[in-house]
Design a binder for this molecule. Sequence first.
Ligand code: NDP
Length: 254
Amino acid sequence: MNVMTAFSLSGKRALVTGGTRGIGFALAKALMQAGASVVITGRDADRLDAAVSALREEEGAGITGCVLDVTDTRQIAGVISAIGPVDILVNNAGTEQVCASLEVDEKLWDTIVSTNLKGAFFCAQAAAKSMVSAGVGGAIINLCSLTSCVGVPGAAAYGSSKSGLVGLTHALSAEWASNGIRVNGIGPGYFETDLTGVFYQDPAWCAAMQAKIPLGRFGELEDLAGAVVFLASPAARYITGQVLYIDGGYLAAI
Ligand code: NDP
């Protein structure tokens, strides 16, 4: 293996769920820069078209979009059969609504867990079936979270779904290694997006959180690019079942 070329994703096809904005958009861009052709998904056709156009303008032709709500397993199977086999799946689509645990109702729980955990499993299953039938193996990367391993008030459903994703990463990595499919996770620390934006409006919260991050700042979306490209690439060919936390040192210091 030549280490200089081992990070290239040239000739690879990647599917990024929830690529219309935030982290998914940034990861799609990173995969394109590494040479992959990328399909992004989202629930809203207009938002999807806008994201595809923006990525095409910034990174060139290797981008398409597919409408997909990951809570609908039939849609997942339809999208995978429409786009054909992929080499890389990034299970990024996710949702959160902070809510005191005494107030969480079944609908809220189901929305969060169905999107973050059930959706990720069925996307992984559909992608893995396509990888197995193409006989080429592949790489799956699940978006975990600090709440996978730290208790955060108001995040019972979200934290449960993200802890579940760590378990899913372990289980699938063990089961699909013999098919040449590696399954890893990345766990972003604090990144300002639509999902988390409400926190960043509170200067006291920002100051307190930043003080807990050894590298002294919140994450920028580009900070995630190297990790996703690495885990997707042949450079990580002997790495499976791992979650890489990209948090400026937060977890190591608390
Ligand atoms: P955003 O809210 O900015 O983006 C969420 C993305 O997920 C959108 O593209 C949205 O697409 C898509 N999405 C949401 N629900 C569904 C659904 N049911 N079906 C298909 N797509 C869906 O969030 P982030 O970019 O911040 O988060 C991306 C991932 O990273 C999530 O899994 C999140 O849990 C995780 N994460 C984020 C952190 C952060 O600090 N921001 C920290 C740790 C983890 P659309 O609305 O267009 O359908």
